[in-house]
Write a new protein. Structure first.
Length: 633
């Protein structure tokens, strides 16, 4: 697989979005596209899908698009389902529509063959059967069942309507469909949005081992660092290639900038020296030739451009706490949260200056916990008490406090009517709303812009306790880094929910984990949490092994390993034998003396069906033995 764009560009009307695209992905490369919000990352993905968007760029090379073995491109950008009222299984089965149609045609043809022994009908069945095998018709059910299970869905979930699933679950369903379609080139636009940490970790492992080419647009730094081996950065309309992971990219970008800046300064100094010599001697007859040679030397130089400064434009604010809180900020005791049923129960104490990161799977109660302690939802039971002088600033990931029909200026000014127009504009400018931007209607803002507006209002009040629910959603990497820097220097107390592990690791000095039906408080940061979770997992594994050992007699691991290996070998021989027998019977169906006799066709088909049933049982036994063998190893 090879996909290469040389000297392309993308224009919308008179505006050039990307002016010189040189992009190449081949084999099994894992490629990331990074850049600021609005830089053109998603535009580049669209251009990879629809080459009609491309035109000649400003480079010297001839514009071209080269594709080799790129039959199908898979693209997951946003979650849209045609019908929310169908079940998850029906939605996933759309991927296999051709196989399902073939099954129906084959069944119908077999019935017809019992009364119609014509050669034409037998050939039709043979053709359908060959296509069915080519599409892996005999294994597709096991394939989608495995995928559904890996994404954490139960058997009951398969029969739920799409409308009953959360945003994160819908993302998983769409992603399952995309993976099962097996594209030659997989394009993912912010795939970790709405996914919890557990699923992100699994997805990292899956994509790292994805057998085909992959291109990802993401602002999740840890996610990129663990998957990609090449990065394209879009900055100021230009695309620069870096070979390596995200950490290497950051270092190399800094090195390249400093080197080019140094080379530019050296060359400018040399040009000034040569010009000074030429100016000094150009009017002296004996030195005029030398002066002219210096000017020609300048002309022959390959000019080094002054490097663009990093695009670091972001929000900045002098965040001041108006009133200090007491040392005891929040006490939570046996607090049960939920709507009708209890989602979780927790107890902990939070003290002045702490930065508590809340992590866990979707649907476990993280956001519900925040909504409970800010008074939006009543607790089911238990207590929570805020300390002396605690003033809360609450950021809701749904940003429900924004009036979509108001302008940015009016929305801010309505909350702070005591401010002058200049003070309002200065406050908004600190969050990158300047000029005519302040007169945009909120419904016209991007997700990142809405986050900045919400934060600008919260921080203007100067709370001493910040409660933030997924504040980094819709932010690019520079925005996340700015928020990280601000929160690190924040002198108040912080509670935040986030699935961005890099963000959690950098900010949190304590962790509240919602996992496996319970809430656990870890008094230190993310690294401590990972260490303890690893220890807990090891203890759990040991306990399960001990419990299993009590319920059965002692098993010699070496002997058990040898036993399983012998059984696996025997099963593999059985599977090969059954597959050969099935192939022989299927070949029989194509013979004229067979397909012209509907009784024989029915008998052979019955044998084939029986062998397939036995084959499936053998394959299931083989997988079970493999899993048991891996546990021993």
């Amino acid at each position: 697989m090879n996909y290469k764009i040389t000297n392309g560009s993308v224009n919308y009307g008179a505006e050039t979005i990307l002016e010189e695209i040189n992009f190449d992905v081949k084999g099994k490369e894992k490629v990331a596209i990074v850049g600021r919000n609005g830089s053109g990352k998603s535009t580049l993905l669209k251009a990879l899908i629809d080459n009609e968007l491309l035109s000649e760029g400003i480079g010297e090379e001839k514009f071209s698009v080269y594709k080799e073995s790129v039959k199908e491109i898979g693209y997951l950008k946003q979650i849209n389902f045609e019908d929310d009222n169908i079940t998850m299984l029906d939605e996933i089965l759309k991927v296999y529509q051709e196989i399902i149609n073939l099954e129906k045609k084959m069944e119908s043809t077999v019935i017809k063959m019992q009364s119609d022994t014509s050669e034409q009908l037998a050939k039709e069945y043979s053709k359908l059967h060959d296509r069915y095998e080519l599409l892996d018709g005999y294994t597709y059910k096991k394939e989608y069942e495995t995928a559904i299970n890996k994404f954490g869905f139960s058997n009951e979930d398969k029969h739920k309507k799409i409308s009953e699933f959360s945003g994160g679950q819908r993302t998983k369903i769409a992603f399952i469909k995309l993976l099962l379609s097996k594209p030659d080139l997989l394009l993912l636009d912010e795939p970790t949005n709405h996914l919890d940490i557990t699923t992100i970790e699994w997805l990292e492992s899956y994509l790292k081992n994805y057998p085909k080419a992959l291109v990802i647009v993401s602002h999740d730094r840890m996610f990129l660092n663990k998957i990609v081996d090449k990065i394209y950065e879009i900055e100021y309309g230009a695309i620069t290639e870096y070979t390596g992971d995200y950490e290497f990219f950051e270092k190399q970008k800094r090195i390249n900038y400093e080197r080019q800046l140094k080379d530019f300064a050296f060359q400018q100094k040399e040009i000034k020296r040569l010009e000074a010599i030429a100016d000094r001697f150009r009017y002296k007859p004996t030195k005029a030739k030398m002066a002219l040679s210096k000017l020609k030397q300048i002309e022959r130089m390959v000019k080094v451009d002054c490097p663009n400064k990093y695009d670091l434009k972001t929000f900045k604010t002098n965040f001041e706490i108006k009133v200090e809180s007491g040392n005891n900020v929040l006490a939570v005791e046996n607090l049960e949260i939920g709507y009708k049923d209890v989602l979780s129960r927790c107890s902990f104490n939070l003290y002045k200056g702490q930065k508590l990161g809340i992590i866990g799977s979707n649907g476990t109660g993280k956001s519900t916990f925040l909504k409970t302690i800010v008074g939006n939802i009543n607790p089911i039971s238990g207590n929570y008490i805020f300390g002396h002088n605690v003033q809360i600033g609450y950021f809701d990931q749904q940003m429900l406090g924004l009036d979509q029909d108001k302008t940015v200026f009016d929305d801010f000014y309505d909350e702070f009517p005591e401010l002058t127009v200049t003070e309002v504009r200065n406050s908004l400018a600190a969050f990158m709303f300047s000029g005519d931007d302040v007169f945009k209607q909120i419904k016209m803002l991007s997700g990142g812009e809405k986050v900045r507006l919400s934060l600008s209002k919260i921080l203007k009040r100067g709370p001493n306790l910040l409660i933030l629910d997924e504040p980094t959603n819709h932010m690019d990497i520079i925005g996340k880094e700015s928020l990280e820097d601000m929160l690190k220097t924040y002198m108040g107390t912080l509670i935040f929910v986030s699935h961005d592990r890099f963000f959690v690791k950098k900010i949190a000095d304590s962790i509240l984990s919602f996992e496996n039906g319970k809430v656990t408080y870890y008094p230190y940061g993310y690294e401590y949490y990972l260490e303890k979770r690893s220890e807990e997992t090891s203890i759990q594994i040991q306990e399960e092994k001990s419990k299993k050992a009590k319920n059965q007699s002692y098993i010699n691991p070496l002997k058990e390993k040898e036993k399983l290996e012998r059984k696996i070998k025997k099963l593999e021989e059985e599977i090969c034998k059954k597959e050969e027998e099935i192939a022989i019977f299927q070949a029989e169906l194509t013979k004229e003396e067979i397909y012209s006799d509907y009784i024989k066709v029915g008998e052979i088909q019955e044998k084939i069906d029986f062998l397939k049933s036995e084959l499936e049982n053998s394959m299931n036994s083989w997988e079970e033995c493999q899993e048991n063998l891996e546990k021993l190893i």
